[in-house]
Design a protein around this ligand. Structure first.
Ligand code: BES
Ligand code: MN
Ligand code: ZN
Length: 487
């Protein structure tokens, strides 16, 4: 992560100025408009402040990069985040080593300076994300962007605090992306356990259970899914006592399928490689823990991650099998590819047993959610209107958006089984909802929200703030905002 700092005065010879619709300048731009190069540039009228358009102007001994910000009324924090990402990519591409940016002069309705600085810093860091550790060909030697100074007019202390928060949140997001992007032969359940154990903080205690410990604890549903794999499962428990009291924690549960071939109900070959991302729920939980400990957030958290592969070995669980879960409920397995809910049943039941104040789970749970919402929103379901309402708000603020789907009682009937307590699929109709209905059987009345990140956890095309096609870190910014509001 490059160095980003806050300053109230000019720091370097490259400066980035916003240009509003119709080429309107903000304060800092006004101060250089009498320079002949800038005057000529503006007079030429070819840059009309269109959102994202960029143009460099060379002054006597400095350089100005003008970036279009579009119409003032249409500005949002996410647009600011996106602009910052575009700027970072451009500067890096042009071998600029350091630059000052004046984008916080832009007015965004309902946003404070701190909000703007946070959004900008997130955009800068996330926009520069790369994942190229496996490309062995040496890169052309070039100057890399090393430092950005966010120039603010106003309370630098608040801007500094926002920057520190953005740094923790970006580093948590990047951690989640890295875990997601690692291939399945590297990112195994054991690897996830090691990564969890490596997060260290005086108030954090992490327990990683191996297969023997999982057998002893009785996480039988996780073991059933693991039967088809030659490598061991892991069950990760993280306890963070940041509030320094005995208040019930917020439990975060994440699906950690390090590769989902579907099992005996095997998936088609096309894009099956993408099922290395089936652990992105666990990556979100680990990313959040990383950000929370970096910020020393005064809250209590419980993290629970069940992790395994879903393969087709000779001992694999089969369609028709009946699996007894940790909680004691029995599952009739109709499709071995609906494995996420099976392993989450043990994780949710365990989390509920710890009597947390609430549970939020993250899972790349259903292909149906990708069909319903695409990559633009995470599916939101659950039993607590309070949590859901706050998550919707955090989604709007962070642009890590969620969209609620209903959980009417009638949907529950779709997963009734004739020979066991529940079936692991409810048919094609409302597949995202019936998966959530399945999970609801294991939360024991604890206020709960479920995030189906199947469509948002990765994006093969990439976006401005997630430029490498791959894991996006979905859920980290969302729930960090939620947790900071609680703290
Ligand atoms: N990990 C998948 C869901 C998924 C599919 C996420 C595609 C992202 C993209 C999950 O384990 C799964 O296979 N679900 C099945 C459930 C079905 C068999 C009831 C699905 O969605 O097809
Ligand atoms: Mn599956
Ligand atoms: Zn899966």
């Amino acid at each position: 992560m490059i160095k980003i700092s806050i300053s109230t005065t000019k720091q370097s010879s490259v400066s980035v100025f916003p240009l509003l619709d119709g080429a309107a300048l903000t304060t800092s731009g006004e101060s250089i408009k009498s320079d002949s190069a800038v005057a000529n540039f503006l007079a030429a009228g070819e840059h009309q402040g269109k959102f994202g358009a960029m143009r460099s102007v060379y002054l006597a001994d400095e350089r100005a990069l003008f970036i279009g910000a579009g119409e003032t009324e249409k500005l949002t924090l996410h647009k600011l985040r996106t602009l910052a990402a575009k700027v970072a990519q451009k500067l890096n591409k042009n071998s600029v080593e350091q630059a000052d940016i004046y984008l916080s002069e832009l007015e965004v309705s309902d946003a404070s300076l701190a909000d703007k600085v946070q959004a900008m810093a997130e955009g800068l860091w996330l926009g520069l994300y790369t994942f190229d550790t496996y490309q062995t060909k040496e890169k052309e030697a070039k100057t890399e962007l090393a430092a950005i100074h966010i120039i603010v007019d106003g309370d630098a202390t608040q801007a500094e605090q926002a920057l520190a928060a953005a740094k923790a949140i970006a580093s948590g997001t990047i951690f989640a992306r890295d875990l997601g992007n690692e291939p399945g032969n590297v990112c195994t359940p054991e690897y996830l356990g090691d990564q969890a154990a490596a997060l260290s903080h005086p108030k954090l205690k992490t327990t990683v259970m191996d297969k023997a410990a999982i057998e002893k604890a009785g996480f039988t549903a996780l073991l059933a899914v693991n039967q088809g794999s030659d490598i061991e499962p892991r069950f990760i428990v993280m306890e963070y006592n940041g509030a320094n009291n005995n208040n019930a924690p917020i439990a975060l549960v994440g699906k950690g399928l390090t590769f989902d071939a579907g099992g005996i109900s095997i998936k088609p070959a096309g894009q099956m490689d993408e099922m290395k991302f089936d652990m992105c729920g666990s990556a979100a939980v680990l990313g959040i823990f990383k950000a929370v400990i970096e910020m020393d957030l005064p809250i209590n958290l419980l993290g629970v991650i069940p992790s395994t592969e879903n393969l087709l070995g000779g001992s694999a669980y089969k369609p028709g099998d009946i699996v007894t879960t940790y909680k004691g409920l029995t599952i009739e397995v109709l499709n071995t590819d609906a494995e996420g809910r099976v392993i989450l049943s043990d994780a949710l039941a365990y989390a509920a047993e710890q009597k947390p104040a609430e549970i939020i789970d993250f899972a790349t749970l259903t292909g149906a959610c990708v069909i319903a919402l695409g990559g633009q929103a995470t599916g939101l379901m659950g039993t607590s209107d309070d949590i859901k309402k706050s998550l919707v708000q955090s989604g709007q603020k962070t642009h890590d958006r969620v969209w609620e789907m209903p959980m009417f009682d009638e949907y529950q009937e779709q997963i009734d089984s004739k020979i066991a307590d529940i079936k692991n699929t409810g048919g094609r109709e409302a597949g995202t909802i019936t998966a959530a209905c399945f999970l609801s059987r294991f939360v024991d009345g604890i206020p709960w929200a479920h995030l189906d990140i199947a469509g948002t956890a990765w994006n093969m095309k990439g976006t401005d703030i997630s430029p490498v096609g791959g894991a996006t870190g979905a859920g980290v910014r969302l729930v960090m905002d939620y947790l900071r509001n609680k703290a």
